[in-house]
Every structure is written in structure tokens, then in C-alpha cells.
Design a protein around this ligand. Structure first.
Ligand code: HEC
Ligand code: HEC
Length: 330
């Protein structure tokens, strides 16, 4: 009996030791799986993320430009919005956007909730307005019930729409990349070349701006720090928000998580391959191209940052009713 007890205790101790993961002390931290506080709110936000009736044409949803089957982007240099409008800037991924210090390339929205109302009423994006979007939802009884379950017996409001979409976006994280498994101690999770690529990424100084759990998203930095970027001279970047000349061409550093999926690159979507993107960075941020073999190693490392993509059944949306405003392509 005594031996059985000590055997059980010994086994428990082993199990305990296994469960405790020691994360390597690196400037990049692993992404943890989402633990939603309110699953019903997330579920409603998910439906709204796919809800094309939030657009005037009834054709565009958040997912049109932030396609969750394609790394949370549209893989276009700039997005196509209402009336086939070609947007001014590349659509960043919504994956891991919760780690951003602010939203948009210039950080003009302070968080995901603040951001979520923007595209609905942007004439070049979803082309609707907040009153119309709320009217559409209010004429669909199933939506009214869902909103009431979460927000109580108040009329549906744009604040509730933003709040639930943001709650869904909070769950759009991509844990368990090979690099994260390596960070958590699994030496075999990445190859020798990929590990060397990470070493070069740190030694050449990429890590100064691309760090933290999202490998970016946590600071504003100048694009063209050492050598001016000549392809785009009209976008002002952060200066549009601060009105400070020193912030001209300063952008939120993009996340490099899932970067293999989110081409084309940069705010102007001008670069289609990671090799070229890494070269552009070294030329404009450091003033000189790095050796081609080092570029190849960095690219190999970057591809280990692709994590587990959102995976859920496609949400079913409730049907319109006789009083639902009809879509208009105009
Ligand atoms: C027509 C295409 C289009 C649609 C539709 C659209 N977006 Fe975007 N989204 C963009 C573009 C382009 C940007 C970048 C704009 C900028 O930075 O000035 C962006 C930026 C964002 C960002 C900021 C990400 C970051 O890293 O800064 C989030 C979050 C986001 N969108 C969520 C949404 C949500 C939620 C919806 C639906 C309510 C939506 N988008 C609908 C094109 C679109
Ligand atoms: C001084 C800060 C800084 C340094 C150093 C830096 N970056 Fe960047 N990186 C940025 C900024 C800012 C952007 C966004 C530029 C833009 O599109 O306006 C960016 C964009 C990128 C992109 C494109 C991301 C996307 O989604 O479009 C890649 C890839 C990238 N960097 C990789 C690297 C690599 C590799 C290095 C090292 C060789 C590096 N960066 C060094 C600040 C930096």
C-alpha cells in the first residue's frame, strides 16, 4: 500500500514537472491561446465579422478584406471597397491585432473597439453608416435576441456592435507556431538554418523594432530610418495623427507573425516576396543590404512564425425580414 502511494506521488511529481514550461528568455514571447471572458459575445462578434449586411452593398464584410482563410488579409496591394473603390493603403492582418499598441498603420484608433466602427461608415470601405447598420440588425429578430442576451433589453447600438466585434477579434490569435514551440523548449521544433536565421535577425538589429509576442505592433518607427523610401512620397503616416513633422513616414511596426501568409508587404503593398521585403528593410532601416545568404536565413526564420490559424465552423447568419433595408450597390 505504502509503495503504491509513493509510486502515485512520484508519478504526479513527474507529471507536474512536465506541465511546467520554462520559456526561453528571448525578446520574442510565445502567443498564448485565447481565453474569452464571454463566449456568447465572441460568437455574436464572429457573426458580425462575416455580416455583409453591415455594408451598403450587402456584399462586403470585415472578412472580405481580412479573410480568415488567408492570414486575416486580402493579399492585395490595397483593398477593394464600396463601388469597387481602390483603397489608399494595404490592409494589415487582424490576426494578433490585439497586441498592437494602437490600430491602423498610423495608430489613429486607440484599440479594437475604437477601430471596429470605422470601416462600416467609411465610404470607400463598407460604404454604410452607423444608423443604417443598426437599422439592418434591428429588423432581424434573431440578432435582437442575441444582443439582448448579452447587453440587456436596450436597443441595439453601434457601441454594442463594436464591442462584440472587438471581443471576437481578441480571440484571433495564432498560438503554437514552430518558433513558439522552440521558445517553450522544444529544440527540434525549428531547423538549424531557422535558428541561425533568428540569430541573424537579432544580430543585424531587426529585433530592435520587431519584438514582443507579436514580433512588432508595439512601437511606432520611421520607415526609411537611414535611407528615405522613394516609392511612396504621399502617405504621411503617424504625422497625420500627431501633426508633428518628425512623425512623417512613421508607422506602427507591423507584426511579423504569419508573415508568410500576409503578402504583399509594406503599407503600400508594393513588395510580394519576403526576400525582397527583408532587403528593403535592411537598405532603408540600416542603409545597406545584408548578404543574400543572411537574407535567406532570416526568411527561413520568418516562416517559423506561422501559427495555428483560427479554426471554426463558418457562422450561419439569420435571414433578413420584410422590413430589412435592401442592399444598394450605389
Ligand atoms: C474594404 C476593405 C476593408 C474592410 C471591409 C474592412 N477593413 Fe479593416 N482594414 C482595411 C484597411 C485598408 C486597413 C488599414 C487602414 C489604415 O491603416 O489606414 C484596415 C485596418 C484594420 C485594423 C487595424 C489592424 C492594424 O494592424 O492596425 C483592424 C483591427 C481592422 N481593419 C478590422 C476590421 C473590421 C472589424 C472590419 C469590419 C467591421 C473591417 N476591418 C473591414 C480594410 C478593410
Ligand atoms: C527601426 C525599426 C525597424 C527595423 C530595425 C526593422 N524594421 Fe521591419 N518594419 C518597420 C516598419 C516601421 C515597417 C512598416 C513599413 C511600412 O510599410 O510603412 C516594417 C515592415 C517590415 C516588414 C513588412 C511587414 C508587412 O506586413 O508589410 C517586414 C517583413 C520586416 N519589416 C522585416 C524586417 C527585418 C527582417 C528587419 C531586419 C533586417 C527589419 N524589419 C528591421 C520597422 C523596422
Amino acid at each position: 500500500m505504502k509503495t503504491t502511494v509513493s509510486l502515485v506521488l512520484a508519478l504526479l511529481a513527474v507529471a507536474g514537472a512536465r506541465a511546467e514550461v520554462v520559456v526561453r528568455p528571448e525578446p520574442i514571447q510565445p502567443i498564448e491561446a485565447a481565453k474569452p471572458a464571454d463566449p456568447r459575445k465572441v460568437e455574436l462578434g464572429k457573426k458580425l465579422f462575416f455580416e455583409t449586411r453591415l455594408s451598403k452593398s450587402g456584399f462586403l464584410s470585415c472578412n472580405s478584406c481580412h479573410n480568415l482563410s488567408a492570414g486575416g488579409t486580402d493579399n492585395l496591394p490595397s483593398s477593394i471597397g464600396h463601388k469597387w473603390n481602390l483603397g489608399p493603403i494595404n490592409a494589415p492582418t487582424v490576426l494578433n491585432a490585439r497586441f498592437n499598441l494602437a490600430q491602423f498603420w498610423d495608430g489613429r484608433a486607440k484599440d479594437l473597439t475604437d477601430q471596429a466602427g470605422g470601416p462600416i461608415a467609411n465610404p470607400g470601405e463598407m460604404g454604410s453608416n452607423h444608423e443604417l447598420a443598426v437599422e439592418v440588425l434591428t429588423t432581424i429578430p434573431q440578432y435582437v435576441t442575441w444582443f439582448e442576451e448579452i447587453y440587456g433589453k436596450n436597443p441595439v447600438s453601434i457601441e454594442q456592435v463594436k464591442d462584440s466585434i472587438a471581443a471576437f477579434e481578441e480571440t484571433l490569435v495564432t498560438p503554437d507556431s514552430r518558433f513558439d514551440r522552440w521558445l517553450k523548449g522544444d529544440d527540434a521544433a525549428i531547423t538549424e538554418a531557422e535558428r541561425k536565421g533568428y540569430q541573424v535577425f537579432k544580430e543585424t538589429g531587426c529585433i530592435a523594432c520587431h519584438n514582443g509576442p507579436a514580433v512588432g505592433g508595439n512601437s511606432f518607427q520611421k520607415f526609411g530610418l537611414v535611407k528615405a523610401y522613394e516609392k511612396d512620397t504621399t502617405t504621411v503616416g503617424r504625422m497625420g495623427v500627431t501633426k508633428n513633422e518628425a512623425d512623417r513616414f512613421v508607422f506602427k511596426v507591423p507584426t511579423l507573425r504569419n508573415i508568410e501568409l500576409t503578402y504583399p508587404y509594406f503599407h503600400d503593398g508594393s513588395v510580394w516576396t519576403l526576400e525582397e521585403a527583408v532587403t528593403v528593410m535592411s537598405v532603408h532601416q540600416f542603409g545597406k543590404p545584408i548578404k543574400p545568404e543572411d537574407t535567406a536565413l532570416i526568411v527561413a526564420f520568418l516562416k517559423t512564425l506561422t501559427g495555428k490559424q483560427p479554426d471554426f465552423p463558418i457562422p450561419t447568419l439569420p435571414p433578413s425580414t420584410a422590413t430589412t433595408p435592401r442592399p444598394s450597390a450605389l
